[in-house]
Design a protein around this ligand. Structure first.
Ligand SMILES: *Cc1c(COP(=O)(O)O)cnc(C)c1O
Length: 436
């Protein structure tokens, strides 16, 4: 039997605080500062020492998730100490956090990326705080697939917008797609985001919020919480591949909470993040010592560059780099580093990792592995440093052995320039809502 979580409700459990101005806000699915600061809001939990529960998947860390109820799930990141790969690299204390499908290690994220950690608490937060609205997400595929899977498993509805080229990434492990409204946009990731913004204005819908959504960040923060319990402490270094950097901001916030908890150590880990060359706007800005991304310098020939990427989920054009509490602040205050990783380096790292650890990787995770290889080569990390490597996705081959993957059909296909499309879409949407 699954244990019910009894908990402090709403405002007693947590409040939101503007990083820039310190304003305290009660959460009504609030994603921006009411005073208009260009800043993230952060959750402040009343419980400073986290309790680790059991049998609730990622909701074992319920104390530090901005929801009143746990969603039934067995999805959770897992952490283990690497033997083979660590030895290959000459590292004695390499810990791997794995988010994906790998039942032999009790990892059950069936959509195979850490986006499931964002989708589960976000859908629950929408249900509790957004007054019956339907959440709208736009993504290059991995986020929308995670939300779709959770929607089909729980019945909490989602409207997902993806570029047509990402349609092959849209599947779930159940055949029930009644709660998923999928829209394909003729264009790239940025076109899907732009269309998503327009669509979210229709009545009955609410924008998910991206990096500004605290459920998304605190959901990803479970990676660090799980790891801290598994390692009985904090790492010296944390490695992750980033597109937006949301996951790395989440790691910084989770490490800060763990330090304040008092039981896991007092030293902030160095956060090391990697992007896939030739499209690496944050690497370019950070190495130039800038707190702003300048498109002409950091994103030259963006479309062309993005088409070359091995890990195209990392192709975010407007990452939360300069916003207060964002990537620049995170790197500055953790003495962080950034690497640019070529396709060749990512593929080589992937081969090495898969050979030693025995699980297939998402291309983005391969970029993270490659950045660790670089840090070993250039001497930044030493043999006895304790390292946490975030494998943000993997197990696509493995999940196919256990599940049939059901492709999700788009209910609408729109051209990014077609303005009449919204009326038609609204009609379809009414039908969808009626049938829920
Ligand atoms: C989305 C994604 C990332 C990058 O995450 P951000 O939070 O956007 O930086 C890394 N790895 C995988 C597998 C992803 O799906």
């Amino acid at each position: 039997m699954r244990s019910e979580v009894n908990c402090k409700m709403g405002a007693d459990k947590y409040q939101l605080k503007c990083v820039a101005g310190g304003e305290v806000v009660v959460d009504r699915y609030t994603n921006t500062c009411p005073e208009g600061h260009d800043s993230l809001l952060r959750t402040v939990y009343s419980r400073k020492q986290i309790r680790r529960r059991s049998g609730l998947g990622m909701f074992n860390y319920f104390d530090w998730l901005p929801v009143d109820k746990a969603v039934p799930t067995n999805a959770s990141p897992i952490t283990y100490k690497s033997e083979a790969f660590g030895q290959e690299l000459g590292l004695n204390e390499l810990y791997i956090s794995f988010s994906g499908y790998w039942p032999e290690r009790e990892a059950y994220m069936k959509t195979c990326t850490f986006k499931e950690l964002e989708a589960l608490p976000t859908l629950q937060r929408v249900k509790e705080r957004a007054g019956g609205k339907i959440v709208t997400v736009a993504s290059a595929g991995n986020t929308s697939r995670a939300f779709a899977e959770v929607a089909s498993a729980t019945g909490m509805p989602v409207l997902a917008v993806v570029p047509s080229t990402s349609l092959p990434r849209m599947w779930t492990t159940t055949g029930n797609h009644a709660h998923i409204f999928l829209i394909a946009v003729d264009g790239d990731y940025s076109d899907a985001i732009a269309a998503g913004k327009q669509i979210a204005k229709l009545s009955g819908l609410i924008e998910e919020g991206g990096v500004k959504n605290v459920a998304r960040r605190d959901g990803m923060g479970v990676v660090e919480l799980e790891a801290a319990f598994a390692m009985s402490g904090l790492p010296a270094f944390y490695f992750q591949a980033v597109g937006s950097g949301t996951g790395a901001i989440a790691a910084w916030e989770a490490f800060s909470r763990l330090i304040a908890d008092g039981r896991f150590g007092a030293r902030m880990p160095k956060i090391v993040i990697a992007q896939n060359l030739p499209f690496a706007p944050m690497v370019s800005a950070w190495q130039a010592g800038r707190a702003e991304i300048i498109a002409e310098k950091d994103m030259k020939d963006a479309e062309h560059a993005i088409r070359q990427l091995y890990a195209d989920v990392l192709s975010t054009r407007n990452p939360p780099y300069s916003i207060k509490g964002g990537v620049y602040d995170m790197l500055s205050s953790t003495d962080g580093r950034m690497y640019g990783i070529t396709n060749v380096e990512a593929r080589e790292a992937e081969k090495l990792f898969e050979g030693e650890e025995g699980i297939d990787l998402d291309p983005a995770a391969s970029v993270a592995v490659a950045s660790l290889l670089k840090a070993v080569d250039d001497g930044m990390v030493k043999r006895d440093d304790r390292i946490l490597l975030n494998i943000t996705g993997g197990g696509y081959k493995r999940v196919k052995e256990n599940y049939e993957l059901h492709e999700i059909r788009a209910r609408c296909e729109i051209k990014s320039s077609d303005h009449g499309a919204l009326d038609e879409l609204e009609q379809e949407l009414r039908e969808f809502i009626k049938a829920l």
